[in-house]
Design a protein around this ligand. Structure first.
Ligand SMILES: NC(=O)c1ccc[n+]([C@@H]2O[C@H](COP(=O)([O-])OP(=O)(O)OC[C@H]3O[C@@H](n4cnc5c(N)ncnc54)[C@H](O)[C@@H]3O)[C@@H](O)[C@H]2O)c1
Length: 401
């Protein structure tokens, strides 16, 4: 029975899905360091991790039997993706599973900031009855400016409109405006028109310091600011100054330039202790629903990949979406150079087999071709395909997909 090893307390739904796909699954609560991981991977075909386990080139090179790694999270920085591709190890993650969780936190924070809930709550816990409407607002009719109209930004747009907000957005790319949302031609335009500005840009290097003194100064007086995207995007000193000056009436920050590594580690930030500022420890996407969905999504991708060769949404292999077939199937991951496909097809033909179907995709210097043939593949054909100098990995599918 093929084996799957899941680390870092992955949701039990992943164990269920992989077990029913025919894997013997071992699930551990913690992460493993490089040496322990290298030892634990003997005989393992699928590895599931979250953000703490490092999958290095050395680990990948030591385990040629490893077929795929599931990152049961959003980020994949913890995996050497280049080494994984070179070793023919497919990597999958869960890019959308926590989108809704981030959006709901943003909505909660927009309302909390507009009502100054944090200050009211702190005062009452401290024993002070401070009942007043001063500085409290409804969000209905207010203008929300969304910077970065991707998965999260666009879903936030829909929910914010449902709550009666007017939505403006700014994105580097031309994006379809959902509902009545209006695209702004520049970030400056958005800052000048919105009453609440929320950042949902991606983590590209060029976004470092995107938001600093100049951008805060351009925002409307007494507007609100949220960042649930990446910590390095915002200059927190500048944010602090604009909150202390009263120009910014409140802020919610979920992501920080330097985040503590471990649970319980000390946290320091110039934003601590400020009035009407909500600080959360990067929990935008952290809900039980998101964890369940991540487990379901990534385990499903791993199961599909090993069942029929589908690589859709793999972060490092060419993308091929496949349906079931009654033919015998093999997948050849190869170096993307001229003539490989012709050589592979010639080998099949020499053994009297006919190609029933074939799908090819390429990505950089890798090609991935999945072939259905009209009969079982003799070991000699498989050995010849494996021996092609361009072959990175040959996978056959034991069951008819
Ligand atoms: N707080 C959390 O727990 C949490 C959870 C999930 C995702 N995130 C972060 O949220 C952010 C958005 O995630 P997503 O899934 O919507 O990403 P996405 O890739 O779908 O969308 C990002 C959008 O930002 C746009 N963009 C990039 N740079 C820009 C710029 N300088 N100005 C304007 N637009 C710009 C892109 O064109 C894209 O449309 C990411 O940084 C992600 O890491 C945070």
């Amino acid at each position: 029975m093929p084996r799957a090893l899941l680390l870092e307390n992955i949701d039990p739904v992943a164990v269920e899905l992989l077990s029913s796909a025919g894997y013997e699954v071992e699930s551990l609560r913690g992460a493993l360091d490089e040496a322990d991981l290298a030892a634990a991977l003997d005989g393992v075909h699928l590895l599931g991790i979250r953000s703490k386990t490092q999958v290095t080139r050395a680990v990948l090179e030591r385990h040629p039997g490893l077929a795929a790694v599931g990152a049961f999270c959003i980020g994949t920085n913890q995996i050497d993706l280049v080494a994984a591709a070179a070793a023919g190890v497919a990597v999958f993650n869960a890019p959308y599973s926590n989108t809704r969780s981030v959006v709901e936190l943003a909505i909660a924070e927009i309302i909390s900031l507009a009502r100054r809930l944090v200050d009211r709550d702190r005062a009452l816990h401290a024993g002070t009855w401070d009942k007043s409407a001063a500085g409290s607002h409804e969000i209905r009719g207010r203008t929300l400016g969304i910077v970065g109209y991707g998965n999260i930004g666009s879903q936030l747009s829909v929910l914010a409109e449902a709550l009666g907000m007017r939505v403006l957005f700014y994105d580097l790319e031309d994006k379809l405006a959902l509902g009545n949302a209006e695209a702004c031609g520049s970030l400056e335009e958005l800052l000048e028109r919105a009453e609440t500005v929320t950042l949902h840009v991606d983590g590209r290097a060029g976004n470092a310091g995107l938001f600093g003194a100049e951008q805060f100064a351009r925002m409307r007086r007494r507007s609100l600011f949220l960042n649930l995207s990446r910590g390095f995007v915002v200059d927190h000193e500048a944010l602090r100054e604009h909150i202390l000056s009263g120009h910014i009436a409140g802020a919610a920050v979920d992501v920080f330039p330097d985040e503590p590594r471990e649970q319980g580690d000390a946290f320091s930030s110039v934003l601590r202790g400020l009035s009407n500022v909500i600080l959360t420890p990067h929990v935008g996407g952290s809900t039980q629903e998101a964890q369940y969905d991540i487990g379901r999504f990534v385990a499903g991708k791993l199961a599909d990949y090993t069942r029929n060769g589908t690589t859709t949404l793999s972060v490092n292999l060419p993308a091929v979406a496949l349906h079931g077939s009654s033919a015998a199937r093999f997948a050849l991951l190869h170096r993307n150079v001229p003539g490989v496909l012709a050589r592979a097809d010639a080998l099949i033909g020499e053994h009297g087999l006919n190609v029933d179907g074939q799908v090819l995709a390429t990505r950089g210097d890798l090609g991935y071709v999945v072939t259905d043939v009209n009969g079982d593949l003799p070991p000699a054909v498989l050995a010849s395909l494996r021996a092609l100098p361009e072959t990175v990995r040959l996978t056959t599918f034991a069951q008819r997909p």
